[in-house]
Structure formats: C-alpha cells, structure tokens
Write a new protein. Sequence first.
Length: 399
Amino acid sequence: MNTPLIIVGAGHAGGRAALTLREEGYSGRLILIGDEPHLPYERPPLSKGLLQGSTDLAGYSLCDSDRLTELGIEHIAGNPVTQLQPEQHRLQLADGQWLPYAGLLLATGGRARRLPQEQANVLYLRTHDEALALRSALKPGARLVVVGGGFIGLEVAATARGLGCEVTVLEAGPRLAGRVLPPAISQALLDLHRQQGVEVRLNVALESIQADAVLLMDGQRVPCDLVVVGIGMQPNIELATAAGLEVGQGIRVDAHLRTSAPDIYAAGDVCEFRLDGVYQRQETWRNAEAQGRHAALNLLGRELAYDALPGFWSDQYDWGLQTVGVMTSTVASRELPGGGLLLFYLDTALRLQGACGWAPGNSVAKDIKLCERLISAGIPLNTASLADPELSLKHLLRG
Ligand SMILES: Cc1cc2nc3c(=O)[nH]c(=O)nc-3n(C[C@H](O)[C@H](O)[C@H](O)COP(=O)(O)OP(=O)(O)OC[C@H]3O[C@@H](n4cnc5c(N)ncnc54)[C@H](O)[C@@H]3O)c2cc1C
C-alpha cells in the first residue's frame, strides 16, 4: 500500500480538502482523521437552522458516508491525533497506532474559548454536539444570558428570541461585533436586537456566574436560567507547537499554505497566513472552503500562491450581513432598499478594497457579488457614484 496523504481535522477545511484531492484525480491512499464522531460538516447552521430546528446534521454535512466510501477516503472518527513527528513523517492517534504520511494537512480548527469557571448552566457553541445541548435548553420563556456580543452570541440571541426566550446580551466593549464591523453596522445590529426585545448591555464586565444569575462588576445582577458564552475561539495549535512547527496565533504558513515543515500544510481557522503583509487568521466559512481546496491542490504539487479574497456573512432575524475584501480604508456608503446599508472601502487610488452590507433577507448578496467584481477589476471609482443608490454597481463595473 502506498504511503497516504493524511488530513488532520475532519471539519470544513479538512473535509473540503479530502473531496478536492479526489476531484483533482489523486488516486492514492487518503486518510481523514477527526476527533468528533461525525462526518465532516459546516458550522454556520449550528447557531441558526439547527437551533431553530429547520435542519439537522445531514443537512450540513459535506458528504455522506456512502460518498466517502465510494471515493476511497478513509475516515477515522473520534480518534484524535495526539503526536506528530515531522522528521519521521508520521503521527500517532489516541488509540496508540502510528501512521506514516507522504504529505499532511493540519486543519484542526479551534474550540470555544471558555470562562475559567465551569458550571452546569453555562454552555458553549462550536460543535454539533454543543449545539444539540443548547437546542434542548432553549425552551420558550427560558431566560438566557449571552456573554459576548460577537457574531455567534448575536446569532444565538436572534434564534433564541425566535424560540420565545427572554434574552440579555452582555458585551464588554462599547459596541456589538466591534472587532470586525464598522460602527454604523454595529449600531444597526444594536437597534435591530433591541427592536426584537433583546436587552443589550454594552461596556459591562462579568463578576461571576451563579446557578440563577450573572453578577456584573458594577454590582448588577442579571437573573437567568441559562448562559451561553460566545467570547471567541482558541485555535487548536497544540499538536503543531509540540511538533516544533512555527506557530504564532495560529499555525504559520507561507504563501502556498505550507508550514515550516516542507510537506505539511495548514488551512482554515487554525491557519495563520499573511494578508497584505500582516499575519492573521480568519475564522470564516469562506476561508475554510477556499484554503481547504487550495491546500489540497498544493499537496498535489501545484505550488499555487494563496490570494483569495476574504469575506463572511451572518444571518440575524430576517436580516443578512455580508462582507468581501479588506475593510480598513476610506469609506463611502449608500443606502439600500428596506433600510439597509452598504459601505465601501477604497485605497488612496480610489480602487475598491472591501465592502460590507447589511440588508433585509439575502438581498445584499447581489451587491456584495458586484463589489467582489469591482475589487477584482481594480478600477478607480467615484465616491459620489458609489454613494448614489440610483446608480447601479453594474454600471460602475462597466466604467
Ligand atoms: C456556531 C458557528 C456559526 C458560524 N457561522 C458562520 C457564518 O455565518 N459565516 C461564516 O463565514 N462563518 C461562520 N462560522 C465560522 C466557520 O464555521 C468556521 O470558520 C469553519 O468551520 C472553520 O473550519 P475549519 O475546518 O478550519 O475548522 P473546524 O470546522 O472547527 O474543523 C476542525 C476539526 O478538527 C478537529 N480536530 C482538532 N484537533 C484535532 C486532532 N488533534 N485530531 C483530530 N481532529 C482534530 C476539530 O474537533 C474539528 O472537528 C461559524 C462557526 C460557528 C462555530
């Protein structure tokens, strides 16, 4: 039997890489190793459709087990990799067996960042199993406190309101999702959640969590039945660190997504790569999808530089948020039908670098697609035209 290609982490990036290797004609031995007991799956529905009860694991798995068998992908589930020896080209599983590899992809994602204190009424949301536990606790009338006003916390808040829960969101910062969103969109999110009956408290610090309440540093007590903590995630870097790979906030890779060991690649949430010269990780569906695919191509020796545009989305109530590109520089904005907003980020030569839109339903998707084309076109734009809701983005694309 030939020495296999191995993927560690059977989540979104890992699953996508395995499928891509077969699509691209790799016919050798291929092993996908996961610590969860499930088939590879996408996580966005965990805070939306799964909690609402409108979808289940089969609805967001990347493929079913028949397809894996048909493709000859050996899926080892519930058996984490515990040790990696890059010089010997081998790794060890929790059950003790050693496997040699010809090429390796690390797609180990991350886990929910936890509070120091563990308690029965405190839940987290990263995995399918955690989402099931949360779903069974979100009963109508339940008093839920969400710690953290980032995307996962806000999506849980929105879904829980839809299920009839009483919801309070506690955010340490001065605005919602402030680390990634511009102030105008943070404000729109705040207004929407308040309109929907969520009590949002900003600039608050947690003192402790008790069985029936959350205590704040300023002495306030927020009574509750259940607490969901959404304070970010911790990348699963331990395996790579112990193996001596270069690690920063994630597993460091070069332009080809190759780690400091020549035949080991990294992709997805755990991967720290350079974008505009700055090392960063991205915790998004789009990044997991694109890097999983890209790392697979490079495992096959393509030597392609990774230059995909970043972007993410979030759905809350019946509103959708979408971004594309890099959101750092000069802003122009236009109003969208139904009270939405589209913000444009331009470089000094007035070329579009990024866009962020917020609108009812999925209506912003088409604008973001056009913005993606405008970014790729690299043409200088007129800020007054961008701001004019009467002027279609398609028109600007035609120059
Ligand atoms: C609740 C939720 C909602 C989200 N919603 C959105 C959204 O609306 N839009 C958006 O753009 N993004 C969203 N995301 C982010 C997106 O889902 C992630 O960026 C994506 O799942 C990352 O994929 P990944 O493969 O890198 O990591 P993961 O999907 O986490 O997969 C990594 C896998 O590796 C496993 N693993 C770790 N260590 C080992 C080991 N030693 N051995 C074996 N296996 C191991 C992990 O347990 C996991 O199964 C959401 C995420 C969550 C949690």
